[in-house]
Ligand binder design. Structure first.
Ligand SMILES: Cc1cc2nc3c(=O)[nH]c(=O)nc-3n(C[C@H](O)[C@H](O)[C@H](O)COP(=O)(O)O)c2cc1C
Length: 221
């Protein structure tokens, strides 16, 4: 079936795209407003976009025509923390996604302890296996109701028992037991069954092709 994306109504278009582009990592963002009031919320329109510079992007929509608290805080204060969500933290994360008014501290509602950050204002979530301290760089407006917030990671806190080789930046990713966002209706996935697929150097590919007579490349899996 061919979907004409531009012709679709907003809700089914979102449902479709959010079901196709899966799994998505979840940025569990801690931020604070100019008065120091804490905030936490999850965002799965999120990813790392570059290693050098170490850039992350969040897609945050408005609520009733106004920026969500996280977006407003990040732009106002210039910093934030992306905590990553392990399976045991899913229910607490879900509490912080409740559309509370701005005076409610979602971290307190979810019973989550925090630890002061190394360099940024907002604290990190104590039980998160990974917390990325970020500075806000700029926003890109996406129409009237949504923006991309771009930031740079300046410090990464990583739970000791998942680190394999700190000098090489090697991590036992499966041991973090992170969850990813799947489609609507509250679906998530785990990340605990990794498998390996080695990259193919260009010379290796050319040799394979000439010796096999250029068969279906699917056989390489
Ligand atoms: C797993 C998950 C992922 C979410 N991803 C996004 C997202 O990418 N963008 C967004 O605007 N809202 C997203 N939401 C909804 C926000 O978390 C929710 O609106 C939250 O109340 C915003 O809080 P804030 O106003 O304190 O920033 C997501 C919710 C969940 C549960």
């Amino acid at each position: 079936m061919l979907f004409d994306i531009a012709a679709m109504a907003a809700k089914p278009r979102y449902n479709l795209l959010a079901s196709l582009i899966v799994p998505r990592p979840i940025a569990w963002v801690t931020s604070s407003d100019a008065r120091g009031r804490l905030n936490a919320a999850p965002f799965s329109l999120f990813n790392m976009m570059s290693g050098t510079p170490p850039v992350v992007v969040l897609g945050i929509g408005n609520r009733a025509g106004r920026p969500k608290d996280s977006a407003r805080n990040i732009i106002e204060t210039g910093d934030f923390v992306i905590n990553l969500v392990s399976e045991e933290l899913l229910e607490a994360m879900n509490v912080t996604a409740i559309e509370f008014t701005e005076d409610i501290d979602e971290l307190a509602e979810a019973g989550l302890a925090t630890i002061p950050s190394h360099a940024v204002g907002p604290p990190r979530i104590a039980r998160s296996p990974v917390a990325l301290e970020c500075t806000y760089t700029r926003s890109v407006e996406l129409g009237q109701d949504r923006k991309l917030l771009i930031g740079e990671i300046i410090y990464a806190h990583v739970k000791d028992d998942v680190i394999l080789n700190p000098d090489r930046g090697h991590i036992d990713a499966a041991r973090m037991n992170l969850v990813g966002r799947m489609h609507g209706g509250g679906w998530y996935t785990t990340t605990t069954t990794p498998f390996r697929l080695a990259r193919i150097p260009a010379e290796g590919w050319c040799q394979t092709q000439s010796s096999s007579g250029n068969q279906d490349s699917g056989s390489l899996r």
